[in-house]
Structure formats: C-alpha cells, structure tokens
Design a protein around this ligand. Structure first.
Ligand SMILES: NC(=O)C1=CN([C@@H]2O[C@H](COP(=O)(O)OP(=O)(O)OC[C@H]3O[C@@H](n4cnc5c(N)ncnc54)[C@H](OP(=O)(O)O)[C@@H]3O)[C@@H](O)[C@H]2O)C=CC1
Ligand SMILES: N[C@@H](CC(=O)OP(=O)(O)O)C(=O)O
Length: 339
C-alpha cells in the first residue's frame, strides 16, 4: 500500500478525496490536513459532511492536522485541495521535501516542468516529472486542470484527429465548483450569474497545454484557440458545456468518433468502464441531474451533435473535474512506476 494524505480535507474537493480514498485498493489514507480552525479535532468532528454519499467511518477518527510540510513529509504522496493562494508555496515545499503532490489547485498548472494531466488525453506528459527530478527535486508535482477544462478536453479528445483551429464554449457551472463558502443561496436561487472569476482565461489556456505535444522536456502547445464564456447556474453538481468547433467533417462521422471512442488503457481503479457516454438518439441529454453519476462520476457525457460542429458535454465537477481526476492521475503514475 502507498501511504497518502489529503490537504484541505474538509472542503468540497477535500471531502471527495476522502470519499474516494477511504477504501482505495492501492492507497492507504493516513493523514488529513486543513486550517488551524480544524486542526486537533477528529475528522468526524472537524468536517461538515455534505456529500450525497455516506460518511466514510474509517476516516472519522483520523486527527486533522494543520497544513505543514512536517506533517506530510513521511508520506509517499499527498492530494491537494488547498485554496490556490496557499497551494503555491506549500505544494512546492512538500514536493521539495520528497513527497509526490497531486494537486487540484491552479497554482502550478502552467509551470513549464509541471504536468497538467487528464489520463485519457495526455498520459505521456507525466514525463515532465523527470524534468523536475533532473533539476534536483526529490518529490514532484502533478496537476489536474480546471473542472470545466477537464470536461471540454475529454469531449474534444475523441475528435482530436479531425482538424479544428477555433473552439468556442459556453459553460453552465454547478454551485459546488465555488466551494462550500463560494455562492450564497440569495445569489444563485432563481438566478444565473454570468461571471466566474478567472475561469474563462483558464479554459482558454489550459487545453492548449493538455492537448499539446511533449517534445523532449518541453510541451509544444496545441494549434487551436479557445474562446470561453462561463456562467454559474443553480445546479449542485455537474458542469454542462455547449461547444462549437470548426470541424469540416459531417456530423455523422463525428458521431462515430464519439460512439467508438475507447480509452487508451484500462484497469486503473478509478477509471470508468466508459470514459465517454454518447447520447445517440436522445435530444434532451446530457443533463446534470440524470447523468452526472455515470461511471461513479468519472464518465463525461456527450450529446446533441449537430452540424457546425455543435455539441453538449457534461461531467461531474468535483469527481471527474477535481478529486477523481487527481486520484486517477496518481493511479496512472503508479501504473507507470513513477513513484
Ligand atoms: N470545487 C471544485 O469543483 C473544484 C475546486 N478546485 C480547486 O480545489 C481547491 C479546493 O477547492 P474547494 O474544496 O472547492 O474549497 P473549499 O473552500 O470548500 O475548501 C478549502 C479547504 O482548504 C482548507 N483551508 C482553508 N484555509 C486554510 C489555511 N489557511 N491553511 C490550511 N488549510 C486551509 C479548508 O479547511 P477548513 O475547513 O479548516 O477551513 C478546507 O479544507 C481550490 O484550489 C479550488 O480552486 C479545482 C477544481 C474543481
Ligand atoms: N472555478 C471552478 C472551480 C475551481 O476551483 O476551479 P480552479 O481550480 O480552476 O480554480 C468553478 O467555479 O466551477
């Protein structure tokens, strides 16, 4: 077993990590950290459990620690669900101390030697870990993308060999994406908020790195551009995206791409049987309430493929878009014997 910890274990993403790791076949969940407000309490007393899954009793008696390098330096790896303003310095220090860091936070995503990985899309980018090691780092940092970006690149992946240069996307993002303190009921009930800070820039830059090519020790960005408009809607979990791409081929060929898509590997514990669920006939799918739990929250659903090329993609933002993505990245790294 590989000994792991979760940083920011009491938050929206941290709770998902604890849920996914409390009974994991490869990872032994040893350490949970949060702010000094939670430190010293048992996890069951510190956390306000808000997931639609039973509380994992095996984690309940773990004493939550303040988030420091010292309290995780003896672990093999940590999963980070820290706020981005804290994650930058702490993740660097933890990786330098010899621990593998799998992070959800945005702080290191665009660092030139840090892989920004979606396992089905760019597994080879884990090769950047060697670049970190070559410059003397004992541990390493691997990041996963922004939750809307993940859904988009998963949906573009089956058609990546069709040539496109211009991608446009409008998002309808769930409330849980803003974290537990993020959006008040007065703001979101009976409403749509057409602004999510920094989200559009992330969606316009991260996909180019993820779908780029690892050339020696450098990522060559993909050769398309993205224009994004991001919106918060009154949905608890599940980000829905309307995507336009300037693909020339007929929609029937593109439907075959989605229908026939298979992940390039199999057997990781968190990997869904189907990475993409394609709605061939139903005109009113995917929908977050009906489709977000497909593949235990790890499947991205695609539908309404029309000429243009226009289609809809939807995925669970705190599972496929965050904690599940990071756990699967770690499983991929273990399977590639990176640890
Ligand atoms: N929500 C989502 O869908 C996604 C989130 N992310 C990223 O994941 C990260 C976590 O997001 P989310 O879970 O939504 O955030 P939350 O606000 O729900 O949780 C924040 C966590 O960080 C801890 N924390 C806060 N301040 C400190 C501090 N000073 N020192 C140590 N720990 C602290 C909190 O502990 P305490 O309870 O003690 O305050 C809590 O465990 C962010 O970087 C976010 O951008 C990425 C993709 C998707
Ligand atoms: N901003 C995203 C969630 C998030 O925290 O993303 P990032 O890790 O890129 O800041 C949302 O609100 O749905």
């Amino acid at each position: 077993m590989i000994n792991v910890g979760v940083l920011g274990a009491t938050g929206a993403v941290g709770q998902r990590f604890v849920q996914l790791l409390s009974d994991h076949p490869w990872f032994n969940l040893q350490t949970l950290t949060a702010s000094e407000r939670s430190a010293g309490k048992s996890y069951c007393d510190a956390v306000n459990w808000r997931l639609d899954e039973p509380f994992p009793e095996s984690a309940g008696e773990i004493i939550v620690k303040d988030t420091t390098v010292d309290c995780v330096k003896d672990l093999d790896l940590v999963f980070s669900a820290l706020p981005a303003d804290l994650a930058g310095g702490l993740e660097t220090a933890i990786a330098d101390a010899g621990v593998g860091v799998f992070s959800n936070a945005s702080s290191h995503r665009m660092d030139v030697d840090v892989p920004l990985v979606v396992p089905e899309v760019n597994p080879d980018h884990l090769g950047l870990i060697d670049v970190q090691r070559d410059r003397g780092r004992d541990g390493f940092i691997v990041t996963n993308p922004n939750c809307s970006t993940i859904v988009m690149v998963m949906a573009l992946n089956p058609i990546r060999n069709r040539s496109f240069s211009d991608v446009r996307v409008a998002t309808m993002q769930a409330i849980s994406g803003a974290g537990f303190q993020g959006v008040s009921a007065m703001e979101i009930y009976d409403n749509v908020v057409p602004y999510i800070g920094s989200e559009e820039k992330k969606m316009e830059t991260e996909p180019l790195k993820i779908m780029g090519r690892l050339d020696g020790s450098v990522i060559q960005n993909a050769g398309f551009s993205v224009s994004a408009s991001c919106h918060r809607v009154p949905v608890i979990d599940g980000h829905t995206l309307a995507i336009w791409a300037d693909v020339k081929e007929e929609p029937d060929l593109i439907k075959d791409d989605f229908r026939n898509y298979r992940a390039p590997f199999s057997g990781l514990p968190t990997q869904p049987t189907k990475s993409i669920h394609f709605f061939d006939k139903e005109q009113d799918r995917p929908q977050p309430r009906l489709d977000r739990r497909r593949g235990d929250g790890m499947t991205v659903s695609v539908g309404r493929v029309r000429e243009g090329l226009r289609f809809i993609a939807m995925g669970h933002n705190t599972i496929r878009g965050a904690a599940g993505a990071s756990v699967m990245n770690a499983e991929l790294a273990v399977s590639k014997k990176v640890l």
